[in-house]
Design a binder for this molecule. Sequence first.
Ligand code: PEP
Ligand code: MN
Length: 342
Amino acid sequence: MLILMKVGASDAQIDQVCSIIQNRGIEPLILPGEPRRAVGIPASLSHDQRVDLESVLGRLDFVSKITQTSSPFKLAGLEFHPEKTVVQAGNVEFGSGKFVVIGGPCSVESYEQFRKAADQVKAAGATMLRGGAFKPRTSPYSFQGLQEEGLAIMKRVSEETGLATITEVMSADKVEIVAEHTDMLQIGARSMQNFPLLIEAGKSGKPVFLKRGPSATIDEFLLASEYVLNQGNPNVVLCERGILAMDKTYMRNVLDLNSVPVLKELTHLPVVVDPSHGTGVASLVAPMAKAAVVAGADGVMIEMHPDPNEALSDGSQALDSEQFSALVGELRGLAEYCGLRI
Ligand code: PEP
Ligand code: MN
């Protein structure tokens, strides 16, 4: 519901509208806008609540109009929040006009491997370090990640290098421990609709990097983000990481770059592209990362490994240090061309 105030309505009159709403146990949102301001109600209302509020608020002579909102994305959508959100994770900002490059291996495999990768990521000029400790693998017989030991390595390497980190959390009961060891919680594609996990990540207040499910529609993706946002956690970054491919001969997924401008039309949340999982093939990563800049993304997440042939997971899509560094250089040029800083 949207309560449009008359032109020139005072702060006291806005407050009066807000307290009528609050007295019914509902949280209002004051929406900026000159010269006409509005108050929004993001929560879905029952029929009785709607009728009651319409009749009470409709009697106030400083209220101009009451309308029902159409967007199902009450918090992620632009209707109630037209200004872009900037999400801060450690010393990294998403959505601030500075293009973010997240780099690192698919998995944290050992202190030596991860420290080496971190040094290479830093030397290349990338801004954030990734690495999986809890790995969602198709087969239970594949490497599952170093788990708690991987988290400890990540924290140590972050302290040693000063790089902010991001790692995946796969279940609600691990949110607390993962949050203690990293700057940003990644919710993987397979977990996009793990609602208890989304709620717990929301409650943690920690920045959340939400990956699009392999067969999720844009609406499902945004509604998943809504689960985090409505726990009072506004720090959500959306990540396009490819959707199911019809032809898997040459690629693992189809990187849906359409989703970047589509999301930009629908939401104020920052959007990052992951061309590594989006293609699954190392040689396709650089062209699609560059395309992501031009499509309007706020950053990219790239898998790299000091020795891709030895990687315990996703070696075929990992760049080596040289390729990674060359790509960051190219992204820098392109980002500047697109009016972004990097
Ligand atoms: C990952 O980033 O390592 C990962 C498993 O990604 P996704 O959830 O997109 O498959
Ligand atoms: Mn991976």
